[in-house]
Design a binder for this molecule. Structure first.
Ligand code: AMP
Length: 401
């Protein structure tokens, strides 16, 4: 079975073609600058063939058409025609409280994704454009939506409600939703497999997805019970450019003292804060590490704030679950940055969390048990694979049709 995966942004579209017989990626690529001048597509096959098309892509429909030109081309093609594709899987950011699992896309589902636009104003319209473009080009192929929020729908009300007048929850569904759900689901399930705890209702794992956006999840018996991102991906630990949680009164204070409007404030909170805001150097942890090594105090402080907040979240989730059996590090920073892993875990020895420091320094980007032999809690590095989650869900849903 061949499954085509689409992750559509407002001006970009990433794709992968999976062969689900062995769960391998046959080809992948991305379209950039859709709807703008100088749009281009970059395509790469599993056997190392590459291509770049510098062609106009006025919309997502044109982008998908160009993707199929690449997928079926003589030089870098991997299929004869789009008929070889069995189904399409879409990454959709926000499913609101309507979707607790992946679903076959029907007109009702499309409508529900549309109704959730107020909660995901940047991503859901783009996701819908991807869905509609694929539907127009492949009207007979089943399409599946996999939501970033779905895995967190099991969180109890005491963990997802904000202490605001209840009417705002009732009227606008303002609550914690959480994101990176496919990633937390994948790595928590892998942790259970690695540690022989699949199906154990008492298996407690804290998953740390540390990337450009960072989020934590507390997962008990395979069920998510809490997560750090909220109504939007702005809440939680400070991130590359996002502030993470702060006293809400800070917003009004800065707006009135700087004489700026809410749009500028939102831009500051999303794009100019986090470790970039603190360091004034970069949102990329590789740049921060270099600056730290060169004695830059602000880079040091940014890393300290990031690691300290991570430690606090892990501690609070251990408390929320009444213990913890495993911690998982994943995503760009979690998979590559041994310093962050070490600093986040170091204060947690009192919980029985002890890293194998030497091994931790050596490894990156592969599945490894990083815990010291006498650590009560397992510390695992598990590279995430959100795309595989989407491909597997799509396969499962279309197989039942
Ligand atoms: P992601 O959003 O999962 O793609 O993560 C991207 C982020 O991971 C980058 O912005 C970097 O901060 C971080 N990252 C990637 N590679 C490394 C590395 N080798 N060392 C430290 N951080 C890294």
């Amino acid at each position: 079975m061949k499954i085509f995966l689409v992750n559509a942004g407002s001006s970009s579209l990433k794709y992968q073609l999976f062969d689900m017989d062995d769960e391998s990626v046959i080809a992948k690529g991305n379209c950039e600058r859709i709807g703008m001048e100088d749009s281009f597509l970059k395509h790469k096959t599993a056997d190392g063939r590459e291509l770049r098309y510098d062609e106009a892509m006025p919309n997502h429909f044109a982008a998908i058409k160009l993707v199929f030109k690449a997928l079926t081309s003589e030089k870098v093609g991997v299929i004869e025609s789009m008929e070889e594709i069995d189904a399409v899987g879409h990454r959709v950011l926000h499913g609101g409280d309507k979707f607790s699992e992946s679903v076959l896309i029907t007109p009702e589902v499309e409508k529900a994704i549309e109704e959730t636009i107020p909660l995901g104003p940047l991503h859901n319209p783009a996701n819908l454009m991807g869905i509609r473009a694929c539907r127009d080009i492949m009207p007979h192929k089943p399409q599946v939506a996999v939501f970033d929020t779905a895995f967190h729908q099991s969180i109890p009300k005491k963990a997802y409600l904000y202490a605001l007048p209840y009417e705002y929850y009732e009227k606008y569904k303002i609550r914690r939703y959480g994101f990176h759900g496919s990633s937390h689901r994948y790595v928590s399930a892998r942790a259970a497999e690695i540690l022989g705890r699949v199906g154990d209702p008492d298996f407690k794992v804290i998953t740390c997805h540390l990337g450009n956006g960072s989020s934590f999840a507390a997962v008990k018996g395979g069920v998510c019970v809490d997560t750090s991102m909220g109504l939007t991906p702005l809440e939680g630990i400070p991130m590359g450019t996002r502030s993470g949680s702060l006293d809400p009164a800070v917003i009004e204070f800065i707006m009135s003292h700087e004489n700026i409007d809410i749009n500028e404030m939102t831009e500051i909170l999303n794009k100019k804060s986090g470790v970039l805001g603190i360091s004034g150097i970069s949102s990329d942890f590789r740049d921060l590490a270099k600056a730290y090594e060169n004695g830059d105090d602000q880079a040091k402080l940014a890393l300290e704030i990031f690691n300290y907040n991570g430690t606090k979240l892990i501690g609070s989730y251990a408390a929320a679950m009444g213990g913890v059996d495993a911690i998982v590090f994943t995503a760009g920073i979690g998979e590559n940055d041994s310093f962050v892993r070490e600093q986040m875990c170091a204060p947690l020895e009192f919980l029985g969390i002890k890293l194998n420091v030497e091994l931790n320094e050596k490894v990156r980007g592969k599945e490894v048990d990083l815990s010291a032999p006498d650590s009560k809690v397992k510390v695992l590095l598990i590279p995430t694979n959100e795309e595989l989650v989407i491909a597997r869900d799509t396969k499962e849903i279309v197989s039942k049709m």
